[in-house]
Design a protein around this ligand. Structure first.
Ligand SMILES: [Mg+2]
Length: 175
């Protein structure tokens, strides 16, 4: 039985879009040289996820950036189990682009006491999760469109992936 316990969020193009060139509408906050735009419904997704599961952040950006964006999005209201930056990613040469790809290896999360099927990783980059495609909830990249409406769908997909647990819980609490 699948029992989802932990949601791991990517940041860039999943929950936020950061750019040094400001867009045509007001940014949510600034981190260093970056104007950061929060994806529509990100607050709803974080609120939903935090009320049902542990939440964490794993980004291939710098430590300082991840710390600042995590503080803005999650604050003290939604404490994260961990917020990991590029140093927790595995750097690998990408044969297609001849550049580097930063892989998020789920085995690092397993050391924190979660089983592989208890984790959902939400990320716009399939290549970063190539080692565990089954636990990957992949979504289209957010590049600042204020009309973006992907995240309510993500909430529905999490509900589906965790539905067995929900049924288990509700059968326990019903009289
Ligand atoms: Mg991303």
């Amino acid at each position: 039985m699948t029992r989802v316990r932990l949601i791991v969020f990517d940041l860039d193009e999943t929950l936020v879009h950061a750019t040094e060139v400001p867009l045509a509408y007001p940014h949510a906050f600034q981190v260093g040289p970056y104007f950061v735009y929060v994806r529509p419904f990100a607050h709803e997704l974080i609120t939903f996820s935090s009320s049902h599961f542990d939440v964490a952040v794993w980004s291939s950006s710098s430590e300082a950036y991840v710390k600042a964006v995590t503080a803005e999005l999650f604050g003290t209201t939604f404490p994260v189990t961990f917020s990991w930056a590029v140093s927790k990613c595995v750097q690998k040469v990408d044969a297609k682009s001849n550049g580097y790809v930063y892989i998020k290896d789920l085995r690092k999360v397993l050391k924190h006491g979660y089983a592989a099927d208890e984790i959902i990783m939400i990320d716009d980059s399939p290549e970063k999760l190539q080692r565990q495609p089954a636990r990957h909830l992949c979504l289209p990249a957010f590049t600042g469109d204020p009309a973006d409406a992907e995240l309510p769908r993500v909430i529905d997909r999490i509900k589906m992936m965790a539905s067995l647990e929900t049924q288990f819980r509700s059968s326990q609490t019903s009289p």
